[in-house]
Ligand binder design. Sequence first.
Ligand SMILES: *Cc1c(COP(=O)(O)O)cnc(C)c1O
Length: 362
Amino acid sequence: MFVKRNILLTPGPVTTTEKVKMAQVVPDICPRENEFTDLITTINEGLIKIVDERALDYVCTLLGGSGTAVVETILVSVVGEESCVLILNNGAYGKRMVRIAEIHGLNFIEYKSSDREKIDIQDIKRNILNDNNKITHIAVVHHETTTGVLNDLDEIGLLAKDFGLELLVDAISSFGAIHIDMNNMGISHLAATSNKNLQGMAGAGFIISKITSIEKIKNYKKKSLYLNLYDQYQYFLSTGQFRFTPPVQTLYALREAIDELKKETIEGRYSRYSQSWETLVNGMRNLGFSQYVPLKNQSKLICTFYEPDNFNFNDFHDYLYERGITIYPGKILNKNTFRIGTIGDIDYNDIEYLLKCIKEYL
Ligand SMILES: *Cc1c(COP(=O)(O)O)cnc(C)c1O
């Protein structure tokens, strides 16, 4: 079967390989059958190994839903009545965690900083943690997809360790492309999804938790039926099944996507993505576009550009869309920007094609 290949330069969902697309085409199956629970076990092991090579101290809890569902699951499940979470906000996804905390009435403190800069660890230490002994958790977005700023997880991990805090990480747009060592970085719970750097289909999220941390929440008051980390974790342990209907075909595609990542390796994937990014920023500079985030703060996975004067984004979008390329508007308030992602099953040749189309458009 032939499926048209679109170049998605949106930072998720991304362009997938033909094999990942085709992996979804399987005989109908009831997800309570052994064959399906074996699939789940394989996926869980594969995902854990990406962030903990020994795969001893962590568990993976899959959930049907988008990335926001897994971030919300972590926050509602692990921030208990006696807890207080410090939410680091330097972009739209940090702000989303704040919204989740507000809606569920969690105890939280927001640390807000510029969306063009990495989170300033020294400032947090000096001005927040040194004179606050209520805080029990830190929540942070590893890679702020809003702008392409990459926060420093090594340093945030050290800070959390120094103050004895549990670290919660939204790694949705870094997982699979940037090396994360949960144990060394002292991460208690991490959220990611099937459809960004993993290059799978949208629809499945997962949480990787340190076993000692997930066991601590056992007796916490339940605040959601579906978004309940401990209950789903226990259900996988006792039955190997999802409590509720999983995205069956997405999971078959995810198994194939994990295999493809193993073959390419995280380093290989990062070098392909960042090579596309280099091609992009050099080409865009030559075309007169300027970047929103200082180079030293960028992930090299996506890039935010200022719109030139007299620019009509929708018109620009449509021009590219007709040529098989999809791009996304900016997410930054009061600034006219747009984003181009270089993640997914694309390489610098696709970016050269993009640059050629942009040149013609201008
Ligand atoms: C994509 C993304 C999410 C989740 O978005 P959904 O639309 O709910 O999948 C959350 N955090 C980050 C950093 C992301 O890039």
